[in-house]
Design a protein around this ligand. Structure first.
Ligand code: BES
Ligand code: ZN
Ligand code: ZN
Length: 503
C-alpha cells in the first residue's frame, strides 16, 4: 500500500527521496517546478527538450538532483498531449502507475507529488484524490509471498506526500479516505486470486467472507456440501462431487439505512481451481486456472468496501465456491442434473462448469429475495477473452436501464465493460434433446460468450439481469502500468461505483 499524507508545504522542503510532476507535453511548467529548476537544475527545460520528453502517456524522466545537502530524484511523467483540451482520467491513472513502478525499480520509498489541477480532467477534487489513492496502491501491489530472494522483491509500502494548495482540502481528504478503503479491499481480493489453489480452496475463501462479515457487521449464511446437496443445488453438487474438497455456498447481506431502499444481488463465480473436470483442459489452458474464483473474490471484496461506505441500497452477495476436478466420482459428460429452481441441464462438457454453479446461485437469489436487479461476475468463457482481449469485460443484458448504470459505473471506476449483442436468436444454441437446456452451445451458432449468458438467463425469472464475463480481464493484463502480472481485482471498483450511485 502507498500511505498518502497531505502537505501544503513548498515542494522543496519535502523530506521525501523523490519529487514527481505529472505534466502535459507542452512544458508549460507549473510554478513550483520552475522553483525546483531554479534551485537545483536551471537548465531543466533545455534538458527536457534534449531528452525528447515528448513521448506517449506514461513516458518519464528520472533526474538525480542536489539541493544543498539533500539529494533527490525528480520524476517527470507525461500525462497527455499538448493538444489535449481535457485529459482523460485514465491517462492520470497510467502516469501515476508509471511513477510507482519507477520508484520500486529504483528502490525509492518516498515521493512528494503535486496533485494536478482536477479541472484538467473535468472531475471534482474528491474524485481525483480518490483515484490517486486507489491507483497508487494498485500499482504498488505485487504477489511475492513465495519469492525468497530479497533482491527480487520490491517495497510495496511506499509513502507519498501529496502537495496541495489549501483549497478543497476537506474534499481531498474525503476522497483519499474513500480511495484507501476501496484499494485496501481491492489488493486483498487480488491476493486471494493470486494465492495458489492449494492455499485457497472453497473452505478458505468462505472463511474470508465470514471474516469480512464479522468485522464489518454483514449478515453471513454459509452452506456446506451436505446442505447444498440436500437443498437440491444440483449444479454446485455436480461440479463439486469430483473434488476432495467440500464446496461452500456463501451469502453476505448488507442492509441499507432505509427499509424502503431497493435490493440488488451480486453473484460471483467461485471456482478455486478449474481443471475442466473429466472434459479435462490441455496443460497450457490450466496454468492460470486458480484465477477462476475472480468473480467471487471481487463480489465479496466489494461487500467489504460497501459495508464501510454505507450506500442506501440493500445488497445480497452470493458466491458459490467449488473446485472442478476429475475423479472416479466426477460428473460425466452426458449426465443430466437438476438445479435449485427445478430446471434440468444436460452436461455435455464438464469444463462449462461456471454456468452450473451460477445457475443455483441465481435461482437462490430470485427465490429468496425481492430483487430490483441481479449482476453476476464470472470468468466464464475463453470465447469472451478471445473476442475482447484483456481490456474490456463482456456485458450481456436485455435491460437497457441496468446497462446504462453499469456503463456509468464503468466510466467512473476504470473497470471497462463492452456490451455484446444479447438477442433471443442466440437462445437456440443451448437446446437439448434430453433435458431443458444443454451446458454448451451448438457448433452452428457458436458465440460461446453470449450463449453462456443465455444459459444463465434461465435462472433469473423476470428480474433485470446483467452478466459480465470477466475471463479476459481478471488476470495478467499487459501494458497497463498500474496492473502488471497476476490478478487485477476487476469488478470490485465497478460494483462499488454501481452500488454507490444506484438509481
Ligand atoms: N474458467 C473457464 C473460462 C476461462 C478461460 C476463464 C480462460 C479464464 C481464462 C471456463 O470454465 C471454461 O472452461 N469455459 C469453457 C466453456 C466451453 C467448454 C463451452 C471454454 O471457454 O472453453
Ligand atoms: Zn471450465
Ligand atoms: Zn471455469
Amino acid at each position: 500500500m502507498v500511505r498518502i499524507q497531505l502537505s501544503d508545504k513548498a515542494i522543496l522542503s519535502t523530506k521525501a527521496q523523490s519529487i514527481a510532476y505529472l505534466l502535459r507535453q507542452d512544458f508549460s511548467m507549473p510554478h513550483s517546478l520552475l522553483e525546483v529548476a531554479q534551485t537545483a537544475f536551471p537548465a531543466l527545460t533545455t534538458y527536457m527538450k534534449q531528452m525528447h520528453f515528448t513521448g506517449k502517456v506514461g513516458d518519464a524522466l528520472a533526474i538525480p538532483l542536489a539541493h544543498g545537502e539533500t539529494i533527490f530524484t525528480l520524476f517527470l511523467i507525461v500525462l497527455g498531449k499538448e493538444s489535449d483540451k481535457k485529459i482523460e482520467i485514465e491517462s492520470y491513472r497510467r502516469a501515476l502507475g508509471s511513477l510507482i513502478k519507477m520508484m520500486q525499480q529504483r528502490k525509492m520509498d518516498s515521493v512528494a507529488l503535486r496533485l494536478p489541477n482536477h479541472q484538467f480532467f473535468d472531475v471534482d477534487a474528491a474524485y481525483l484524490a480518490e483515484q490517486t489513492a486507489i491507483v497508487a496502491s494498485m500499482a504498488s501491489y505485487r504477489f511475492d509471498d513465495f519469492i525468497t530472494n530479497k533482491d527480487r522483491k520490491v517495497n510495496q509500502n511506499l509513502s507519498m506526500e501529496l502537495i496541495i494548495d489549501n483549497a478543497q482540502q476537506k474534499e481531498i481528504e474525503q476522497g483519499l479516505k474513500r480511495g484507501t478503503i476501496i484499494v485496501e479491499s481491492l489488493n486483498k481480493v487480488r491476493h486471494w486470486i493470486d494465492l495458489p489453489a492449494k492455499y485457497l480452496t472453497p473452505l478458505e475463501l468462505a472463511e474470508k467472507a465470514t471474516q469480512i462479515a464479522d468485522r464489518f457487521g454483514l449478515r453471513a449464511t454459509i452452506f456446506n456440501e451436505q446442505e447444498v446437496n440436500a437443498m437440491g443445488m444440483g449444479g454446485l453438487s455436480a461440479v463439486s462431487v469430483g473434488s476432495e474438497v467440500d464446496c461452500r455456498f456463501v451469502i453476505l447481506e448488507y442492509q441499507a439505512p432505509e427499509k424502503s431502499a431497493p435490493t440488488v444481488a451480486f453473484v460471483g463465480k467461485g471456482i478455486t481451481f478449474d481443471s475442466g473436470g473429466l472434459s479435462i483442459k490441455p496443460a497450457a489452458a490450466m496454468e492460470t486456472m486458480k484465477e477462476d474464483m475472480s468473480g467471487a473474490a471481487a463480489v465479496n471484496g466489494a461487500m467489504e468496501v460497501l459495508a464501510q461506505l454505507n450506500p442506501n441500497i440493500n445488497i445480497v452477495a452470493i458466491t458459490p465456491l467449488s473446485e472442478n476436478m476429475p475423479s472416479g466420482k466426477a460428473t460425466k459428460p452426458g449426465d443430466i442434473i437438476r438445479f435449485y429452481n427445478g430446471k434440468t441441464a444436460e452436461v455435455k462438457n464438464t469444463d462449462a462448469e461456471g454456468r452450473l454453479i451460477l445457475a443455483d446461485a441465481l435461482s437462490y437469489a430470485v427465490k429468496h429475495y425481492k430483487l430490483d436487479a441481479i449482476v453476476d461476475l464470472a470468468t466464464l468463457t475463453g470465447a469472451c477473452a478471445y473476442a475482447l482481449g484483456p481490456y474490456f469485460s463482456g456485458m450481456m443484458s436485455q435491460h437497457d436501464g441496468l446497462v446504462q448504470q453499469l456503463e456509468a459505473a464503468s466510466k467512473r471506476s476504470g473497470d471497462r465493460v463492452w456490451r455484446l449483442p444479447f438477442d433471443n436468436d442466440y437462445k437456440a444454441a443451448i437446446k437439448s434433446e434430453v433435458a431443458d437446456i444443454c451446458n454448451i452451445g451448438s457448433q452452428t451458432i457458436k458465440a460461446g460468450a453470449i450463449t453462456a449468458g443465455f444459459f444463465l438467463q434461465n435462472f433469473v425469472d423476470e428480474v433485470p439481469f446483467a452478466h459480465l464475463d470477466i475471463a479476459g480481464v481478471a488476470y495478467d493484463v499487459p501494458n497497463i502500468s498500474y496492473l502488471g502480472v497476476g490478478a487485477t481485482g476487476y469488478g470490485l471498483r465497478l460494483l462499488v461505483e454501481l452500488a454507490m450511485n444506484w438509481k
